[in-house]
Ligand binder design. Structure first.
Ligand code: DC
Length: 228
């Protein structure tokens, strides 16, 4: 059977990646986390001192854009792929609050989006992929055969993210995480290039009151009904 492209977009920390990863595993597709690509660019900017306070040195970033290489390499211990920045495993670092606080600013830069969208499209030429992000169904793969827009209430998203950070021993508070999520959604939805937006042909999945098993089941059902 011909393989398709599955685009999963939605708000920050609504469980898109968990759902996308599980669906890809079940149907034998490749999962690609486009947010990780924006996170590695943000981490690179932090590491290279391209942020002075809150201000990003765009000229320097533009010059160095070609020196930023993100790769995904399977980790045999976890059975999942880890994200590498120029050959170094940064899977944990890119999920830190320090990166979360800067990533939306980096993701709003036109030339960053252009470069990453090109890389993402190249990853999908053979189809058989599940990619999650903010603009996958609208910009990266506007012709994706299946588009799902995931959402959940801000409070539920905050609670889930808080639990992840606590498990990683990153001290923070409900208020700080809620502020970070809503601020990221605001920046992501209002930027000029590739804003977070539901594609007109996307199916909405609100997982506020779903268990992980239930949401996985719904994703699989959507895929099966698409494939007939
Ligand atoms: O999905 P995530 O939280 O890991 O994404 C990190 C940031 O990257 C998020 O604030 C928005 C941005 N992003 C984007 O602008 N476009 C994408 N396709 C994926 C993520």
């Amino acid at each position: 059977m011909n393989k398709i492209v599955i685009a999963i977009d939605g708000h920050s920390s609504c469980g898109k990646s968990t759902m996308a990863k599980e669906l890809a595993k079940q149907i034998g597709y490749t999962y690609i986390d486009s947010g990780a690509m924006y996170r590695t660019v943000a981490l690179y900017c932090i590491q290279k001192g391209l942020f002075v306070g809150n201000k990003l040195n765009l000229d320097a970033l533009k010059q160095q854009m070609n020196a930023i290489h993100t790769t995904f390499i399977p980790n045999p211990t976890t059975g999942k792929s880890d994200t590498y920045l120029n050959g170094k495993n940064v899977e944990s670092e890119i999920r830190s609050m320090a990166v979360a606080e800067k990533v939306s600013q980096v993701a709003a830069v036109g030339f960053v989006r252009e470069a990453l969208v090109r890389q993402q499209q190249a990853l999908g030429t053979e189809k058989g992929i599940v990619m999650d992000g903010r603009d996958i169904g609208t910009v990266v793969f506007p012709d994706a055969e299946l588009k799902i827009f995931v959402t959940a209430s801000p409070e539920i998203r905050t609670q889930r993210r808080l639990e992840e950070l606590i498990a990683k021993n990153e001290p923070t508070s409900f208020e700080a995480v809620l502020h970070n999520l809503t601020e990221r959604d605001r920046i992501d939805s209002t930027r000029k290039d590739g804003p977070l937006k539901q594609a007109s042909d996307a199916i909405v999945l609100d997982n506020s009151n779903l268990t992980i098993a239930e949401q996985n089941q719904q994703m699989l059902a959507l895929f099966q009904s698409k494939m007939g």
